[in-house]
Design a protein around this ligand. Structure first.
Ligand SMILES: Nc1ncnc2c1ncn2[C@@H]1O[C@H](COP(=O)(O)OP(=O)(O)OP(=O)(O)O)[C@@H](O)[C@H]1O
Ligand SMILES: [Mg+2]
Length: 128
Protein backbone atom coordinates (compact mmCIF):
# COMPACT_ATOMS: atom_id res chain seq x y z
CA UNK A 1 0.00 0.00 0.00
CA UNK A 2 1.23 3.47 -0.89
CA UNK A 3 0.68 6.37 1.45
CA UNK A 4 0.70 9.84 -0.10
CA UNK A 5 1.17 12.97 1.94
CA UNK A 6 -0.74 15.31 -0.35
CA UNK A 7 -3.03 18.05 0.92
CA UNK A 8 -5.76 18.08 2.01
CA UNK A 9 -5.19 14.63 3.51
CA UNK A 10 -2.20 13.86 5.62
CA UNK A 11 -2.44 10.27 4.49
CA UNK A 12 -4.37 9.46 1.37
CA UNK A 13 -4.54 5.73 1.31
CA UNK A 14 -4.44 4.22 -2.14
CA UNK A 15 -5.78 0.72 -1.94
CA UNK A 16 -4.62 -2.11 -4.08
CA UNK A 17 -7.11 -4.71 -2.98
CA UNK A 18 -10.61 -5.72 -3.87
CA UNK A 19 -13.16 -7.95 -2.23
CA UNK A 20 -14.84 -10.42 -4.52
CA UNK A 21 -18.14 -11.80 -3.26
CA UNK A 22 -19.58 -14.58 -5.33
CA UNK A 23 -22.97 -16.17 -4.75
CA UNK A 24 -23.01 -19.55 -6.43
CA UNK A 25 -24.96 -22.79 -6.61
CA UNK A 26 -23.93 -25.01 -3.67
CA UNK A 27 -22.90 -27.99 -5.83
CA UNK A 28 -20.36 -25.77 -7.62
CA UNK A 29 -18.33 -24.96 -4.50
CA UNK A 30 -15.60 -27.59 -4.96
CA UNK A 31 -15.12 -26.72 -8.62
CA UNK A 32 -14.91 -23.00 -7.85
CA UNK A 33 -12.51 -23.59 -4.96
CA UNK A 34 -10.21 -25.66 -7.19
CA UNK A 35 -10.36 -23.07 -9.99
CA UNK A 36 -9.41 -20.30 -7.54
CA UNK A 37 -6.60 -22.40 -6.14
CA UNK A 38 -5.26 -22.86 -9.67
CA UNK A 39 -4.97 -19.10 -10.17
CA UNK A 40 -3.08 -18.72 -6.89
CA UNK A 41 -5.80 -17.59 -4.49
CA UNK A 42 -4.67 -18.58 -1.03
CA UNK A 43 -7.51 -17.60 1.25
CA UNK A 44 -11.27 -17.35 1.16
CA UNK A 45 -14.34 -17.41 3.39
CA UNK A 46 -17.36 -19.51 2.56
CA UNK A 47 -20.86 -19.20 4.01
CA UNK A 48 -24.14 -20.97 3.53
CA UNK A 49 -26.67 -18.32 2.61
CA UNK A 50 -30.16 -18.06 1.17
CA UNK A 51 -31.27 -15.71 -1.54
CA UNK A 52 -33.23 -15.06 -4.64
CA UNK A 53 -32.67 -13.30 -7.91
CA UNK A 54 -35.06 -11.85 -10.41
CA UNK A 55 -37.15 -15.04 -10.74
CA UNK A 56 -37.62 -14.87 -6.96
CA UNK A 57 -36.61 -18.51 -6.62
CA UNK A 58 -39.86 -19.78 -8.07
CA UNK A 59 -38.73 -21.59 -11.16
CA UNK A 60 -35.34 -22.81 -9.99
CA UNK A 61 -34.59 -26.46 -9.52
CA UNK A 62 -32.68 -27.43 -6.37
CA UNK A 63 -31.74 -31.09 -5.81
CA UNK A 64 -34.17 -32.31 -8.42
CA UNK A 65 -37.26 -30.55 -7.21
CA UNK A 66 -38.76 -27.28 -8.22
CA UNK A 67 -38.74 -24.95 -5.25
CA UNK A 68 -41.89 -23.04 -4.44
CA UNK A 69 -40.32 -20.89 -1.74
CA UNK A 70 -38.69 -17.53 -2.33
CA UNK A 71 -35.31 -18.23 -0.77
CA UNK A 72 -33.01 -20.84 -2.24
CA UNK A 73 -29.84 -22.19 -0.61
CA UNK A 74 -26.70 -20.65 -2.09
CA UNK A 75 -23.03 -20.48 -1.18
CA UNK A 76 -21.30 -17.16 -0.75
CA UNK A 77 -17.57 -17.03 -1.29
CA UNK A 78 -15.64 -13.98 -0.15
CA UNK A 79 -12.07 -13.36 -1.12
CA UNK A 80 -9.86 -10.34 -0.83
CA UNK A 81 -7.20 -10.16 -3.51
CA UNK A 82 -4.68 -7.70 -4.81
CA UNK A 83 -5.94 -5.72 -7.80
CA UNK A 84 -3.62 -7.66 -10.08
CA UNK A 85 -5.58 -10.86 -9.42
CA UNK A 86 -9.15 -9.59 -9.71
CA UNK A 87 -9.67 -10.39 -13.38
CA UNK A 88 -8.13 -13.84 -13.15
CA UNK A 89 -10.13 -14.69 -10.05
CA UNK A 90 -13.49 -13.54 -11.42
CA UNK A 91 -12.83 -15.35 -14.71
CA UNK A 92 -12.05 -18.54 -12.78
CA UNK A 93 -15.27 -18.26 -10.77
CA UNK A 94 -17.36 -17.69 -13.88
CA UNK A 95 -15.79 -20.59 -15.74
CA UNK A 96 -16.31 -22.99 -12.86
CA UNK A 97 -19.74 -21.84 -11.66
CA UNK A 98 -21.55 -21.38 -14.95
CA UNK A 99 -24.17 -23.90 -16.00
CA UNK A 100 -26.01 -21.51 -18.33
CA UNK A 101 -29.23 -21.99 -16.38
CA UNK A 102 -31.02 -19.44 -14.22
CA UNK A 103 -29.72 -19.06 -10.69
CA UNK A 104 -26.03 -19.48 -11.57
CA UNK A 105 -25.33 -16.56 -9.27
CA UNK A 106 -23.57 -13.22 -9.14
CA UNK A 107 -20.21 -11.70 -8.46
CA UNK A 108 -19.79 -8.38 -6.68
CA UNK A 109 -16.46 -6.55 -6.52
CA UNK A 110 -15.72 -3.78 -4.03
CA UNK A 111 -12.79 -1.77 -2.72
CA UNK A 112 -10.96 -2.88 0.40
CA UNK A 113 -9.28 -0.25 2.53
CA UNK A 114 -7.06 -2.39 4.66
CA UNK A 115 -6.09 -5.98 5.40
CA UNK A 116 -3.96 -7.09 8.32
CA UNK A 117 -2.50 -10.52 8.99
CA UNK A 118 -2.95 -10.78 12.75
CA UNK A 119 0.00 -13.12 13.40
CA UNK A 120 2.64 -11.00 11.70
CA UNK A 121 0.85 -7.64 11.58
CA UNK A 122 1.65 -7.39 7.84
CA UNK A 123 -0.64 -4.91 6.16
CA UNK A 124 -2.10 -4.23 2.75
CA UNK A 125 -1.79 -6.64 -0.14
CA UNK A 126 1.07 -8.53 1.48
CA UNK A 127 -1.50 -9.64 4.10
CA UNK A 128 -3.86 -11.33 1.64
N1 LIG B 1 -28.84 -7.79 -6.57
C1 LIG B 1 -28.44 -8.74 -5.73
N2 LIG B 1 -27.91 -8.43 -4.54
C2 LIG B 1 -27.49 -9.38 -3.68
N3 LIG B 1 -27.57 -10.68 -3.94
C3 LIG B 1 -28.10 -11.05 -5.12
C4 LIG B 1 -28.56 -10.11 -6.07
N4 LIG B 1 -29.02 -10.78 -7.15
C5 LIG B 1 -28.84 -12.08 -6.88
N5 LIG B 1 -28.28 -12.25 -5.66
C6 LIG B 1 -27.94 -13.51 -5.01
O1 LIG B 1 -27.48 -14.39 -6.03
C7 LIG B 1 -28.28 -15.56 -6.05
C8 LIG B 1 -28.41 -16.04 -7.48
O2 LIG B 1 -29.01 -15.01 -8.24
P1 LIG B 1 -29.45 -15.34 -9.72
O3 LIG B 1 -28.31 -16.01 -10.40
O4 LIG B 1 -30.76 -16.08 -9.69
O5 LIG B 1 -29.65 -13.87 -10.31
P2 LIG B 1 -30.61 -13.43 -11.50
O6 LIG B 1 -30.46 -11.96 -11.65
O7 LIG B 1 -32.01 -13.94 -11.24
O8 LIG B 1 -29.97 -14.14 -12.77
P3 LIG B 1 -30.56 -15.38 -13.64
O9 LIG B 1 -31.58 -14.77 -14.55
O10 LIG B 1 -29.37 -15.94 -14.34
O11 LIG B 1 -31.17 -16.35 -12.65
C9 LIG B 1 -29.57 -15.18 -5.37
O12 LIG B 1 -30.20 -16.31 -4.80
C10 LIG B 1 -29.11 -14.19 -4.33
O13 LIG B 1 -28.59 -14.90 -3.20
MG1 LIG C 1 -32.37 -15.97 -11.03
Amino acid sequence: MKRCSQAPFKYLEITHMKKIEAVIKPFKLEEVKDALHEVGIEGMTVSEVKGFGRQKGHTEIYRGSEYTVDFLPKIKIELVVSDTKVNEATAAIIKAAKTGKIGDGKIFVSEITEAIRIRTEEKGDSAV
